[in-house]
Design a protein around this ligand. Structure first.
Ligand SMILES: *Cc1c(COP(=O)(O)O)cnc(C)c1O
Length: 427
């Protein structure tokens, strides 16, 4: 490829991008380098990455500590099978993760968020099977959720959402209403009664587990709900020996202001999925954390071992990046950064609430959302993004930012200014 024109032409002819047509592809931008909050294109254009490259790059792009960790690991070895071997970065990352998750004591690595969700679902089924209850094979979730793009994960995504055409392929699970009480709304007896009634209508004898995103529903609707739901669920799950699975792939790693969003409720699940910002976005990695009890039951019953094992499980380069990312989180600098981002998002997005065509405005932690009446198309907004020097990628009618935590107030103002213009132009 001699120049960017050739790159773009090859891309149009041969590459297939996420959620995109192959033959009528949306425009793509050629990236040359990235550091901190900035993406740099070949023509010199700089864009503030307002969504942390799909919510991953929490510490900023190309963070020196994460690069160094990968380079050190590169000097030793890039990959070794995790069956029959172990290595220091796998252990150290697990240690740092478990410090963040009291009550959980086992770490199973996976390659991506979707695979972690598959693993958690299989663990829930194997737990019930090992406990002598093979009939417990269904899951419960709430509407409005998103858990990934593979078949097991799609089956617990919102059934009216992006994966509905795959319905014939998918396992049949049980869906509760989307938690109606929002995060900063007052909890009351009506909400509690309605949720308890929904739980009472379930049949625990067919259920292996409940899976949901705690507090923050991401790709299914950019919505924050009340912590009390998680406390009620925890009690119900314990009573019926149904496993509680939290998918913290989007909500974890500081995004909502706590390291894990479940801390807003003070609730511990039986299984916990992490991914996305785990490596600071440097390289793909995810994990499922399990309680000692669940790991013990799975390992004691038939067939005496957990039946899953990805080829690249616990890849050393990925574990090195994850270890460095968790060490950055351990400084706790992100707490003040995320709190400041939340204050600024609340203040600067508030004026959007009165714009025609805007349905709602909300923020929690380093997530700011303008919910519109109508969808914005990524292609149509590109000229506005380029003019502001900001990268955003709304989905459907959700215009949102999830910036790197290191963003400065001036940079964040450019992001929110761009969002206000887009919200105003959408009506
Ligand atoms: C992104 C996401 C996933 C899927 O992760 P991938 O790495 O894209 O497979 C699962 N659950 C939640 C909550 C997510 O946001």
């Amino acid at each position: 490829m001699k120049n960017t024109e050739e790159l773009l032409q090859f891309d149009r002819q041969h590459l297939w991008h996420p959620y995109a047509s192959a033959t009528e592809p949306p425009p793509v931008l050629p990236v040359r380098s990235a550091s901190g909050v900035n993406l740099r294109l070949f023509d010199g254009t700089e864009l503030i990455d307002g969504i942390s490259s799909w919510w991953c790059v929490a510490h900023g792009h190309n963070h020196p500590a994460i690069r160094l960790a990968i380079e050190e690991q590169l000097g030793e070895f890039c990959q070794v099978m995790f069956a029959g071997f172990t290595h220091r970065n796998a252990a150290r990352l697990a240690e740092l993760l478990l410090e963040r998750a009291p009550g959980l004591s086992r770490v199973f690595y996976a390659d991506s968020g979707s695979v972690a969700v598959e693993v958690a679902i299989k663990m829930a089924l194997q737990y019930q099977y090992a406990a002598g209850r093979p009939g417990r094979s269904r899951l419960v979730t709430v509407r409005g959720g998103y858990h990934g793009d593979t078949a097991g994960a799609m089956a617990v995504c919102d059934p009216a959402g992006m994966h509905r055409l795959f319905a014939p392929l998918l396992a049949q699970h049980r869906f509760l209403e989307r938690p109606a009480c929002a995060f900063d709304q007052a909890w009351n007896e009506t909400f509690a009664r309605r949720f308890r009634e929904e739980l009472a209508a379930l049949d625990p004898a067919e259920l292996a587990g409940v899976i949901l995103e705690p507090i923050f529903q991401g790709a299914g609707g950019m919505y924050f709900y009340h912590p009390e739901y998680l406390r009620l669920l925890r009690a119900w799950c314990s009573e019926h020996d149904v496993l509680l699975i939290f998918d913290e792939i989007a909500s974890g790693c500081g995004r909502t202001g706590k390291f894990f969003a479940m801390e807003h409720a003070g609730v511990t699940p039986d299984l916990l999925c992490v991914g996305k910002a785990l490596t600071g976005g440097a390289i793909t990695l995810a994990a499922v954390l399990s309680s000692e009890r669940v790991a013990g039951v799975i390992s004691s019953g038939e067939p005496g071992k957990f039946m899953h094992g990805p080829t690249f499980m616990a890849n050393p380069l990925a574990c090195a990046a994850g270890r460095a990312s968790l060490e950055l989180f351990a400084t706790d600098e992100w707490r003040g950064q995320v709190a400041a981002i939340e204050r600024q998002l609340r203040a600067e997005l508030a004026p959007a609430a009165t714009l025609p065509g805007v349905r709602a405005v909300r923020a929690l932690g380093a997530v700011g959302v303008i919910e519109l009446e109508q969808a914005l198309s990524p292609a149509a907004i590109l000229p506005v993004l380029l003019r502001h020097g900001v990268w955003l990628r709304p989905f459907g009618n959700f215009l949102y930012t999830m910036p790197p935590f290191i963003i400065t107030p001036a940079e964040l103002s450019r992001v929110t200014g761009c969002m206000l213009e887009l919200a105003g132009s959408g009506s």
